[in-house]
Design a protein around this ligand. Structure first.
Ligand code: CMC
Length: 459
């Protein structure tokens, strides 16, 4: 890290002596104040739930300028990568720091495409899930389950084993996602075809059946490949921070990535495009474009709990650059499929226009994010809504694993262990267990809880 001569002085009104804190400069972006010695020197913690002002690590991978609406992978603009590269080139870049030359690209593509099959027994593991389970629940289990099938890549202190696990994750994630999908619709699993491109292979595993030949449509493959590139990494977002935190305990990469998938599921993060499409479908069902004003009024009413999904971002306070590219892709896909008059697309464009001119959204700097249009594209490609987060997880796996590798190889890496501002009860007096009435043996229960009898039946 670049230390500067600048220091921050922190003074206190309670008599604690003032201290000086070092300041580090990023290559671009805000400086950071190093507070690591704060507790040791003052006995105080900082308080920043939601990490509004906290850099949790230093990183060389992805940079976002939220005010400019800029996203860089290893220094390259997302627009350039999405226009000129394929997904596996972006993976190489994120993992290794440089774009591959022609030989490196061929070797990397071959390596990934020859590790696409999963252990046959994973199919039996898959069958343990209910058919109506949400595919993200299934995927979380399958990814975590990889640790039980690929033991020879679990030593995180061995660089070769880490690399083997990274390639396995990137290569097998499409297979696992397609397996989760086929299982949910009761169709036979389709094995990978390694002579296809990464994304074409994924599409054939999703949409082929053993009964007929699957025809690859290059426009649609390119659209999905672009979705993968746009979702490949996004700095220290919630799921990436989850992967880093889980991985900081020294757990294996499959367990850490499974934690990332679980976190991604939430509607404020990877579940947003699913929620966005549901929102559009609901508006459409209730009267369509005519009802947009009513919907916007509901969004502005703080008591309604309704948000305009696909709008707003913690970091982008200007247009999300991914949203522009996604809108462009949306046009291309709908044109290719003859769906230019798709009512949901028209509804989305009208909703976007109205929101962008509305004082509520303008004053809060709420712009469309990548998820506003990605749901429409995926729906047009034939991907069911409940699979959207799985697609996001597939694409983000390379970002997660690159960030995990960066953390493991950082000489300053420590287990993540946040502290807290405790606002609960101080030490209490009294006899633990005296109030418990449900007949559960007192030695087995939390003495502070007053347990109701129903807890037994509902467990
Ligand atoms: N609709 C209506 N109001 C909103 C929205 C929205 N989508 N997003 C933020 N606001 C309002 C919010 O009510 C608050 O208003 P006020 O200042 O009057 O209380 C203000 O804007 C700031 O919101 P916040 O919740 O404090 O902002 P945040 O940075 O914590 O939340 C967000 C960011 C993405 C969770 C939020 O904008 C949101 O819930 N958006 C909808 C969900 C969504 O599209 N998520 C996908 C994010 S992009 C994919 C990814 O990178 O993971």
């Amino acid at each position: 890290m670049n230390a500067t001569n600048e220091k921050a002085t922190l003074s206190f009104s309670d008599g604690t002596p003032a201290i000086e804190l070092p300041i580090y400069k990023g290559v671009v972006g805000p400086d950071v104040i190093d507070i690591r010695k704060l507790y040791g020197q003052t006995g105080k913690f900082t308080y920043d739930p939601g990490f509004m002002s906290t850099a949790s690590c230093n990183s060389k991978i992805t940079y976002i300028d939220g005010d400019k609406g800029e996203l860089l992978y290893r220094g390259y603009q997302i627009q350039d990568l999405a226009t000129n590269c394929d997904f596996l080139e972006s993976c190489y870049l994120l993992l290794k720091g440089e774009l591959p030359n022609a030989t490196q690209k061929k070797e990397f593509d071959d390596l990934v495409m020859h590790h696409t099959m999963v252990h046959e027994q994973m199919q039996f593991f898959l069958r343990g899930f209910r058919r109506d389970a949400h595919p993200v629940a299934v995927l979380t289990g399958l990814v975590g389950g990889m640790a039980a099938f690929y033991h020879d890549g679990l030593d995180i202190n061995d660089a070769h084993q880490r690399e083997v696990s990274q390639i396995r994750l990137i290569a097998k994630m499409p297979t696992l996602v397609a397996m989760a999908y086929k299982y949910s619709v009761g169709q036979p699993m389709i094995y990978p075809k390694n002579n296809l491109s990464y994304t074409a292979n994924f599409m054939q595993m999703m949409f082929a059946t053993p009964c007929e030949e699957y025809k690859v449509n290059e426009v649609l493959v390119r659209a999905l490949d672009r979705i993968f590139i746009l979702h490949a990494d996004h700095e220290q977002n919630a799921s990436t921070s989850t992967v880093r935190l889980a991985g900081s305990s020294g757990t294996n990469p499959f367990a850490a990535i499974a934690a990332g998938v679980a976190c991604l599921w939430g509607p404020a993060h990877g579940g947003a495009n699913e929620a966005c499409l549901q929102m559009l479908e609901e508006i459409q069902a209730n009267g369509g474009v005519e009802k947009i004003d009513d919907f916007i009024a509901k969004v502005k009413d703080k008591n309604s709990g309704v948000r305009l999904m696909g709008f707003g971002h913690r970091v982008y306070k200007n247009f999300d650059p991914r949203a522009k590219l996604m809108r462009e892709t949306c046009y291309e896909v709908l044109k290719e499929l003859g769906l230019e008059n798709d009512p949901l697309f028209k509804l989305a464009m009208t909703l976007e226009k109205i929101a962008l001119e509305d004082e509520y959204f303008v004053s809060r700097k709420l712009y469309p994010n990548v998820d506003f249009y990605s749901g429409i594209v995926q729906r047009a490609l034939g991907i069911p809504t409940e699979m959207f987060t799985c697609i996001f997880a597939l694409a983000r796996t390379v970002g997660w694993i690159s960030q995990w590798e960066e953390m493991i190889t950082d000489s300053e890496y420590k287990i993540g262990r946040p502290r807290q501002l405790f606002v609960g009860s101080p030490t209490r007096t009294g006899t633990p267990g005296a109030n418990i009435t449900c007949g559960v043996p007192t030695g087995l229960v939390n003495p502070a809880a007053s347990i109701s009898v129903t807890s037994r039946e509902t467990i």
